[in-house]
Design a protein around this ligand. Structure first.
Ligand SMILES: [Mg+2]
Length: 369
């Protein structure tokens, strides 16, 4: 079996965040427009199989697509998809000078996902089965809220998440008022997590972490800039006692190893569309099991990467929650029930490979390139 063709689809799918204005301005949150940028790839083989993958593409869709097209595709045509781990290794080696974090690794992640989809299809098994499934349990989701920057909207959305059955809710806020509003809305029996997306210096983070300690956060996520300052992250963790989550801005096994050696985190958050795909994620699963660090994957997306995360979740007992982005896309690449189950319990779709292929009509409708 040989890779014969790689097709790249760039999509823009509008979404609503349920509350507030939908004017396209989101109060400083990194996603400035009300659309999901997606970069989906389809790898075809000479024996007629097709595998699907996706790269992280929010705000970098065109760049990552060009990276895949020009830097990666020429290096994988003619290769055997069953050698996915070797292909991943070779790509990382050949492209290392273009960055061990960011666009290049996002592109390699997309290829890796599509190749694992192909491996599963070739052996007539699910991705979970070919990578070492250990259990068959559904996974509890947590509601990952948008950044509203408004305490009333936070209150409303926390209430809405609880009404839908979520017991764990993550905010993306950076001021105390919104955190306080979330705790008022949630009471004491619902977990609140706070993802700040790297806004503070170490000193600022220490002050904020102490202020926030009264709200009993399950974790504080990425409080400092730059995110790879693991010494400072470790200081915040040890000086405040607040559990720290980080990792969506880390790439490859090596950065997680470094982070854990520094005792910087309680929760490791690899993102399968950024970190180097399923291949790299599996190494991080082993690392976290060995070091007794909890896994809490980053997965606020609706692409093949979300399905891959569900498959990976079945390969370790060290992963208890899955992130579900609490917004409503105008269209879904897969049946909506995968992302929005009434029970808030998530399972990979049954079937070979990732379980289901993307809806070609949705791709056709929202394709921009
Ligand atoms: Mg995050």
């Amino acid at each position: 079996m040989k890779i014969e063709n790689v097709k790249i689809y760039e999509l823009e799918i509008p979404f609503t965040k349920y509350v507030g204005d939908n004017s396209g301005v989101s109060r400083g949150f990194p996603i400035q427009r009300q659309v999901f940028d997606s970069c989906i790839i389809k790898i075809s083989t000479d024996n007629g199989l097709v595998g699907w993958g996706s790269a992280f593409a929010y705000e970098c869709r065109r760049s990552v697509a060009e990276c895949i097209r020009h830097m990666i595709v020429p290096k994988i045509i003619g290769k055997n998809p069953l050698h996915v781990k070797q292909i991943n290794f070779d790509l990382q080696k050949q492209l290392h000078l273009f960055g061990r974090y960011g666009i290049t690794l996002f592109g390699i992640s997309a290829v890796d996902l599509a190749l694992w989809d192909l491996v599963g299809k070739y052996y007539n098994k699910s991705v979970a089965e070919v990578i070492g499934k250990k259990h068959n349990k559904s996974l509890e989701g947590y509601s990952s809220l948008y950044r509203y920057g408004d305490k009333d909207q936070v209150y409303e959305m926390v209430k809405k998440s609880i009404e839908e059955g979520y017991n764990h809710i993550k905010l993306h806020e950076i001021t105390e008022d919104e955190v306080k509003a979330s705790r008022l809305a949630a009471g004491n029996d619902i977990s609140i997590m706070l993802d700040t997306n790297c806004p503070w210096s170490k000193d600022e983070a220490l002050i904020m972490a102490k202020k926030l300690s009264e709200y009993n956060l399950l974790w504080l996520e990425e409080p400092i800039n730059p995110p790879e300052d693991f010494d400072s992250l470790s200081d915040i963790r040890h000086q405040t006692g607040i559990p720290i989550a980080s990792g969506e801005n880390a790439c490859t096994y090596y950065q997680f190893k470094h982070m854990i050696e520094k005792e910087a985190i309680d929760y490791a958050q690899p993102s399968v569309t950024k970190v180097g795909g399923v291949t790299e994620f599996l190494k991080i699963i082993s690392l976290c099991e060995e070091e007794n660090v909890k896994l809490m994957p980053h997965s606020p997306y609706f692409c093949p990467g979300f399905l891959a995360t569900l498959h990976l979740s079945q390969c370790t007992k060290n992963l208890s929650l899955i992130e579900r982005f609490y917004v409503k896309p105008e269209a879904y690449l897969y049946p909506e029930t995968i992302f929005d189950p009434k029970s808030c319990l998530f399972m990979p779709p049954e079937g070979i490979g990732l379980g289901i292929d993307p809806d070609l009509d949705v791709i056709k409708t929202y394709k921009v390139n």
